[in-house]
Design a binder for this molecule. Sequence first.
Ligand code: HEC
Ligand code: HEC
Ligand code: HEC
Ligand code: HEC
Ligand code: HEC
Length: 230
Amino acid sequence: MDAPGHRPDERDDSPVPYVFPPWADLVPKVLPVATAIVAGVAIFVIWFWFSPKHTEVGYAPTQPVAYSHKLHAGDLGIDCRYCHVAVEKGPKASVPSADICMNCHTVVKHDSPKLALVRESYANGTPIEWIKVHKVADFAYFSHAQHVNKGVGCVECHGRVDQMETVRVSEPLSMSWCLDCHRNPGPHLRPKDQITNMGWAPEGDREQLGQELVEKYHVSPPTDCSGCHR
Ligand code: HEC
Ligand code: HEC
Ligand code: HEC
Ligand code: HEC
Ligand code: HEC
């Protein structure tokens, strides 16, 4: 009457103790499938985030609103922190919501069709779907505050944003790029009150000023793996 594979006497008679539970039989069947799924997800994640786009110099997606940094940060001279309010406070620089734009655009160009999405977002609270330009791999830790509060200016990592109609990636965001600066940060430092001044240039010798600022701000960036891979 016993179904095959279900003999109650099997265990007792067995000379070797029964080590694996019955579901262990499933492992060889499930494992290849699970491996394939994990590999598939990994390939997708790597393809989606790490490869060409977000870390590749030149990546400059067309945004839903034709917002120009050249006009606003360059010609009008609006400070980066007016919009990227969190940049000195935490990991993210933050992208502004429509109410920041409407500080001006309730008056300036208030009926421009180019601002239709901004007005809509302001009115019903649906965020504008800005396309992310820069992205560091999730397994590497990056924080804006830790950089700008030690005298690393936006221009060191983002280039002349104040001259860009459309933001483009200007540095490779690769591990060796991070490390090159971490090994010798001096020449990349500036006085903290010049963080957002894209046109700043040191009076006199940059090497020497760099050395002074390294000491003044107690700068020692991590070069050990756990510094960035936490
Ligand atoms: C009036 C508001 C405003 C000002 C001022 C401003 N930005 Fe932006 N910034 C935005 C908006 C909106 C976006 C998202 C759309 C885009 O990428 O163009 C953005 C995007 C960016 C990005 C790309 C974000 C990403 O997805 O990777 C960088 C980098 C950036 N800004 C840097 C700067 C710097 C540096 C300054 C100062 C020189 C500055 N911004 C001034 C509004 C502003
Ligand atoms: C401090 C004021 C100010 C803020 C804040 C501001 N803008 Fe502007 N914006 C201007 C001015 C001034 C112009 C140029 C008007 C002109 O050409 O005469 C302009 C022009 C524009 C234009 C072009 C409009 C057209 O019809 O040519 C767009 C699009 C725009 N802004 C988007 C934005 C967005 C998006 C934000 C928020 C992230 C923003 N602006 C924040 C002042 C501002
Ligand atoms: C040491 C290099 C470095 C400096 C300095 C730096 N950034 Fe970034 N920025 C990055 C990296 C790397 C990313 C991508 C971060 C991520 O994937 O989380 C980024 C992303 C951004 C973004 C996208 C949105 C976000 O919150 O991550 C904005 C906006 C931005 N930066 C603005 C600025 C501004 C404004 C400054 C100067 C006040 C600045 N950054 C200084 C490296 C830098
Ligand atoms: C242009 C120079 C420069 C670049 C590029 C740069 N860093 Fe840094 N980094 C610094 C400086 C300066 C500090 C501040 C060190 C300190 O706090 O003493 C720092 C600090 C850090 C810290 C440690 C903060 C803390 O206090 O624990 C981390 C993590 C870090 N950086 C990650 C990165 C990553 C990831 C990248 C690349 C995506 C990167 N950095 C690119 C200059 C740079
Ligand atoms: C200053 C920050 C920083 C330090 C220190 C650092 N890494 Fe990385 N690492 C990164 C970043 C950022 C990436 C992502 C690069 C990319 O997306 O192209 C990365 C990527 C990697 C990768 C993925 C493969 C690749 O090259 O993209 C490995 C593996 C790795 N790091 C190992 C290490 C080891 C081992 C150490 C210590 C010897 C180390 N890292 C130290 C920032 C750092």
